[in-house]
Every structure is written in C-alpha cells, then in structure tokens.
Design a protein around this ligand. Structure first.
Ligand code: AP5
Length: 244
C-alpha cells in the first residue's frame, strides 16, 4: 500500500516538474507530434486545419510563420522574403530558430501538427534530436499528388489576406469574386504561386524534401495517403492512418 502511494506521489511530482520546466510530462500521457509531408500544393495546409482540430493540437505552418513575419515587417520577414519570392528554401538555421521558438510555447504542450516542416534532412535530424529529449511520439503522413495536379492547384489558389482561408478559382470558387467565403476578406494570389516560381519550388522539393520519405520510412514512422481525391476523402484517409 505504501509502495503504491509512493508511486502515485512520484508520478504527480514528475508531471509537475514537467510543467515547471517546460518538459513534456503531462497528465494525459505522451506528446503527439504529427508531420504532414508532401510537395507544394499537395493540400497540406487544407488538411492541416481540419486534422489539427480533430487531434486538438495547434497547426504550425513554417510558411505561414514566415508570411506572418513579412506582414509584421520584422527583420526575419525581410530576410525570408527573397527566398519565398524565388521559391527557394529558407536556410536551415533561420527555420530551426523560428520553429523551436514556436513549439516551446505552452499550447504545444500536448503535441502539435507540423505543415511544411521539416523540408531537409538537416531539419529532420534537428527535430528528431529535440523529440528524443522530449520522448514524443511521432507520426508522419506523406500526401501523394502528381506534379501536373499540384501545378493546377497552385496556379488557381486564392488566399484570404485577413483570415488565411484557402480557396481555388476552379475547385472552390468564391461566392463573390475576390471575396473570402469565410470572413469577406480580400482574396489574393500568393507571390510564389506563378508557374516559374512553382517550378522552382518543385525542384527544391525533389532535391531537398523528397529524401525525407526514405528517412521516415527507415524509422517506421511514415504512412502514405492519396492526396489526389476529394478533400473530404483525403481527410478520412488521414484520420484512418493516424488512428491505426
Ligand atoms: P509553404 O507556405 O509551406 O508552401 P508549400 O509547402 O509550397 O505548400 P503550399 O502552401 O503551397 O501548399 P499546400 O500543400 O499547403 O496546399 P494547399 O492546402 O494550400 O512555404 C512557402 C515557402 O516558405 C517555401 O517555398 C520556402 O521558401 C519557405 N519555407 C516554408 N517552410 C520551410 C522550411 N521548413 N524550410 C525552408 N523553407 C521553408 O492547397 C493548394 C490548393 O489546392 C488550394 O487552392 C486548395 O484549395 C487546393 N486543394 C487542396 N486540396 C485539394 C484537393 N483534395 N482537391 C482539389 N483541390 C485541393
């Protein structure tokens, strides 16, 4: 009886220590980290909004974080701008600083969903190191969509300046031209959603990000989902692999 009491006390002490020092111990158990992998335009952002709600964890998009810095006129935003506009990857040390700062926030305590990170093997290794310290549980979902389809999606994508909602000229056309269906904000075409820059982004994906498929396959953390289906079907397939 005394032994059991001691174990219970120890468990609560560990939980509280985690909360004081920002560790990952909590009452609900292991921290769940989910990564959405896939080429530009595969639907990571579209699905991340719903999946993060489903899992009850924050959605963290490194692309959105950079665009937020740009909007707020920060030094980081100014540095990132030339990479975003040309479709190149932002250097690892900048991305890692920004990302690690974000995931150390209180709302990431029980886990988070990463969209657009990692994008290089170096980023994946840095994250792995961090997750080992945290003893977090990792699930990676690779969204498979052919290049011809992602080009169609990106060339027609419309993004809301106000709430970030994503629509498409053809697949989810706004009810009123140029106006966001969700908040009536102004829809715009991202500066990197033009054919020349899209090709550059796809090149970066092939060279630097696609090797992560093998990387996570070797670690037995990867599932594949066919992203070339109706968004609702993609969502259901993702939930199925995450629950399995
Ligand atoms: P980021 O903003 O992350 O862009 P991306 O990875 O290129 O991804 P996208 O946002 O373009 O596409 P998505 O897969 O989210 O598709 P979406 O759901 O919007 O990064 C931008 C830049 O930031 C990078 O180029 C780089 O410079 C920098 N960066 C970011 N992270 C970095 C990192 N870790 N390291 C270094 N640099 C980094 O869907 C696209 C369109 O398709 C939409 O119109 C949508 O409505 C439509 N759609 C979605 N799903 C479907 C479906 N199932 N059927 C039909 N249409 C669909």
């Amino acid at each position: 009886m005394e032994k059991m009491f001691a174990v219970v006390i120890l468990y609560f002490l560990i939980c509280m220590t985690g909360s004081v020092f920002g560790g990952d111990f909590d009452m609900k158990g292991q921290k769940q980290v989910t990564i959405l992998l896939g080429p530009p335009g595969s639907g990571k952002g579209t699905q991340a909004v719903k999946i993060s709600r489903y899992l009850g964890v924050p959605h963290i998009s490194t692309g959105d974080l950079f665009r937020e810095h740009l909007k707020n006129g920060t030094d980081l935003g100014a540095t990132a701008k030339k990479y975003l506009d040309s479709g190149q990857l932002v250097p690892d040390f900048i991305v890692l600083d920004m990302l690690f700062d974000r995931i150390s926030k209180e709302d990431c305590r029980n886990g988070y969903l990463l969209d657009g990170f990692p994008r290089t093997v170096a980023q994946a290794k840095a994250l792995e190191h961090r997750l080992q310290k945290d003893s977090s549980k990792l699930a990676v979902v690779n969204m498979c969509v052919p290049e011809s389809e992602v080009i169609r999606r990106l060339e027609g994508r419309l993004t809301c300046k106000n709430c970030g909602n994503v629509q498409h000229k053809e697949f989810s056309p706004p009810k009123n031209s140029g106006v966001c269906d969700k908040c009536n904000g102004e829809l715009y075409q991202r500066s990197d959603d033009h054919l020349e820059v899209i090709q550059q982004r796809l090149g970066e994906y092939r060279r630097q990000t696609a090797p992560l498929i093998e990387y996570y396959e070797k670690r037995k953390a990867l599932s594949h989902v066919d992203g070339n289906q109706m968004p609702e079907t993609v969502f259901n397939d993702m939930v199925a692999v995450l629950e399995s």
